[in-house]
Every structure is written in structure tokens, then in C-alpha cells.
Design a protein around this ligand. Structure first.
Ligand code: ATP
Ligand code: MG
Length: 280
């Protein structure tokens, strides 16, 4: 596999988030990482994209430690949509999407036809081309999310990592973004790995699901093998029914109201705990 975390320890300052985490991103497939808030999904994804150096172990891209691979070289092969994004003040959509071409351009060269085509394509498929001159800070959450996805696509990498790409999107755009990623995977063999919270979207689109809990990988495999009531109970402390999706035949997970079964995980706020206990 081209991208692997091999026994990594991931930490912020002195706080260890994941210990001895091994995660191999399947080539040419769509993978989805699920897990409770704060379990380390974004941390893991950031380390896979070279944004967070492991304290121990290593992330390997194409047989070489990613930390030893120059940023530009990594960025030609791998794009990441982080969970938290901030654009330079006053930048337009088109100018932001052009950032995706940086890894492909030398600083001296004027942009070429290929660069322009990639930017146009990325803005068109994400539905932001008509708004190209608008300032990014004037957009709605969903519009902004699509612009960031366009930036990743303009990078034209064969691995793309996305941290909650469907946050802020209405259901139509959720499907559009996920269909687009699925098409990139199918037509170009692009490896897609993304964090999603919605089990049912994960089941619909993933070839492979990774489940994280408290910094550990606790399950992985095909949606039908992974998304069971037992797993959902174990990891999310929620009772659920899992049935077959009437159209796709994929698992359809339905949480049961009022059946949250254990204390909130450590690290959740007191107010969240109060709300949860109030629901019982
Ligand atoms: N920059 C940071 N500095 C210090 N601690 C951090 C930082 N980012 C995340 N953490 C901590 O690391 C842990 C894992 O966070 P992470 O963002 O990876 O979780 P997550 O699984 O992506 O959660 P969510 O579903 O809420 O996005 C959390 O306890 C969080 O408080
Ligand atoms: Mg996260």
C-alpha cells in the first residue's frame, strides 16, 4: 500500500493521543474513518498528510518516510482537506483554488494551460465556477466547503484525504461531493480516505471502513462486516438497529432514541454530560 502509518505515536505537547497506531490506506479504494468526537481521527489524518510528525513509528508514502519527503513532492501525490480551514482575508474563490496548483508550478513559470484546465475543472465540478470572483469570506459554510474541496481537486493528486468534507453541506451537496469523490475513484483510480460522522453515508460510499476509539484502531473492513449494532454499541455507546438499505443493499444504521448506554467518554464537557444524563 502506498500510504501507511506504521506503529505511530501521535501527541500534542506531552499529551499522547494515539500509541502504536498502524493504519494502511487501501490503494485505489474509498476508505472512511469513523469514531467518536475526540478519538483522534483528525490527528491520524493529519499525520498521514505529513502535517503532524509522529513521535515514534513512521508514516510511509511510496516506500519512503513521509517526513523525509519534501513538502512539494508530497503535495503532488497527496491532497488533504483539513477539518479546520482558514483562507487569507479578502481572497477570491478562483485565487484560492489556484493554490492547488502550487506544487505543480515552479515559482518562475507563468501558469500553463494544464494549470488553467485543472482549476476550471475543479471549480466546475464543485459548482463554484459561477461565483469565482466572490470573496471566500462572503460565502455560506457549504459554499466555502466546496471551494476548499475544489482547491484539493485542482491539486490533481492520486491520493486525497478529507476530514469531514460534508460538514455544512445540505443533503444534495453531500451526495454531490461524495458522488464526485466516488467518480474520481472509479474513473481515475484515485485513493480517497475521509472522515465522516454519518454511518449511512460511510456505508454507502466506503469500500473500507476504519473505526477508531480513544486513539486506537478498533475495527476495519467492509461496511457490512464492520457496521454492526455490537460495534456501534461498543464504540459510540448507542443502541441501534442495522438493516439493509432498500436501494443499495448496504447497511442502514438506525440509532434508537433514548438508548445512550454509558457515561460520556472522558474529555467531553460537563455540559454535554449533563445533557446526556438529562435524556435518560
Ligand atoms: N492542536 C491541538 N493541540 C492540543 N490537543 C489537540 C489538538 N488537536 C486535537 N487535540 C486533542 O487531541 C484529541 C484528538 O483530537 P482529534 O481532533 O484528532 O479528534 P477527532 O476524532 O477528529 O474528533 P472530532 O470528531 O471532534 O473532529 C482530542 O482530545 C483533542 O483535544
Ligand atoms: Mg476531527
Amino acid at each position: 500500500m502506498r500510504l501507511q502509518a506504521q506503529g505511530v505515536n501521535l501527541a500534542y505537547d506531552t499529551r499522547l493521543i494515539a500509541e502504536d497506531l498502524t493504519l494502511s490506506v487501501p490503494d485505489g479504494k474509498v476508505s472512511v474513518l469513523i469514531g467518536p468526537n475526540g478519538c483522534g481521527k483528525s490527528t491520524a489524518l493529519r499525520s498521514l498528510a505529513r502535517l503532524l510528525p509522529p513521535r515514534a513509528g513512521q508514516v510511509v508514502l511510496d516506500g519512503k518516510s513521509i517526513q523525509d519527503t519534501p513538502t512539494r513532492e508530497v503535495a503532488r501525490r497527496l491532497a488533504i482537506l483539513p477539518q479546520v480551514l482558514s483562507a487569507p482575508e479578502g481572497i477570491t474563490i478562483e485565487d484560492l483554488v489556484w493554490f492547488g496548483r502550487h506544487p505543480h508550478r515552479s515559482s518562475l513559470k507563468v501558469p500553463g494551460e494544464r494549470d488553467r484546465e485543472a482549476v476550471e475543472w475543479a471549480m466546475t465540478v464543485t459548482g463554484v465556477a459561477d461565483m469565482r470572483d466572490m470573496h471566500v469570506d462572503q460565502l455560506s459554510g457549504g459554499q466555502r466547503q466546496r471551494v476548499w474541496i475544489a482547491l484539493c481537486l485542482a491539486q490533481e493528486t492520486d491520493i486525497i484525504l478529507l476530514d469531514e468534507p460534508t460538514t455544512y453541506l445540505d443533503v444534495a451537496y453531500q451526495l454531490e461531493v461524495l458522488d464526485l469523490l466516488a467518480a474520481l475513484n472509479k474513473d481515475h483510480g484515485t485513493t480517497v480516505a475521509m472522515v465522516l460522522h454519518d454511518f449511512n453515508m460511510a456505508a454507502e460510499y466506503a469500500d473500507h471502513i476504519f473505526v477508531m476509539s480513544a486513539g486506537k484502531l478498533v475495527a476495519e473492513g467492509e461496511p457490512k462486516d464492520v457496521l454492526t449494532p455490537e460495534l456501534i454499541q461498543h464504540v459510540f455507546h448507542v443502541e441501534s438497529r442495522v438493516m439493509e438499505h432498500p436501494v443499495s443493499g448496504k447497511p442502514l444504521c438506525i440509532p434508537v432514541r433514548g438508548k445512550r448506554t454509558s457515561q460520556p467518554a472522558p474529555g467531553r464537557s460537563a455540559s454535554a454530560a449533563a445533557v446526556t444524563s438529562g435524556m435518560r
